[in-house]
Design a protein around this ligand. Structure first.
Ligand code: ATP
Length: 194
């Protein structure tokens, strides 16, 4: 069983991933893989250097500069995603080999519905939270400004649309104890255990 877990910035998907892990799932965080696949001498880094030569210096990626370029330009963002996603998917499939036989596998994928990643999983789970709480949580987590968080929200799929695509939706509009109970219920429903 392969579950794709998604949600917008600050919705709480990392918290839900931790809960699923505690219930026995093997969790693959594609954000971490996205950082790994652009390591020195990687194929992805070479492809990025061909597209944006200024962001690779001495074999290292200037993440901040690349982030600024793609954040300001939807076309560049799509191009970067097209470069990264095949590498991320390949790395994720490789990670799966470390799971125990029959262990449910959870792929945490911010752009699950924006890319064709959703087609690789058996079930999709969406985490949603009120915008104001997402802004407050991200600001508390990493000191981003409200404008930065809202700009990132605007660049992601609208939660209302994602709800129509997801097999299950977890509302994260209360405390962590409530989130744990809701996540557990969804996990049990999907994998019949935990
Ligand atoms: P991103 O896409 O930015 O990585 P995310 O969807 O993974 O975000 P989390 O990191 O899980 O979101 O949650 C954002 C922050 O809010 C974290 O610091 C997390 O601990 C906190 N948080 C999440 N849900 C709750 C909740 N119900 N009550 C209190 N804090 C919460």
């Amino acid at each position: 069983m392969r579950i794709g877990l998604t949600g917008g910035i600050g919705s709480g998907k990392s918290e839900v991933a931790k809960i699923f892990e505690g219930l026995g799932a093997f969790v693959i965080d594609t954000d971490a893989l996205a950082r790994d696949v652009v390591g020195p001498t990687s194929d992805a880094l070479m492809e990025i250097a061909r597209e944006w030569p200024a962001v690779v210096r001495d074999g290292l990626l200037d993440r901040a500069q690349l982030g600024a370029i793609v954040f300001a330009d939807a076309g560049a963002r799509a191009k970067l995603n097209a470069i990264l996603h095949p590498h991320i998917r390949r790395a994720a499939m490789q990670r799966e080999m470390s799971a125990r036989p029959h262990q449910p596998i959870v792929h945490v994928v911010p752009l699950l519905f924006e890319t064709d990643y959703a087609r690789l999983v058996d079930r999709t789970v969406l985490v949603v939270a009120p915008d104001a709480e997402r802004v407050a949580r991200v600001r508390a987590r990493d000191g981003s400004s409200e404008a930065e968080v809202r700009a990132r929200m605007a660049a992601q799929i609208a939660p209302a649309r994602a709800r129509l695509l997801a097999d299950a939706t977890i509302e994260n509009d209360a405390d962590l104890e409530t989130l744990r109970a809701r996540a557990r219920a969804v996990y049990r429903e999907l994998v019949g255990a935990g």
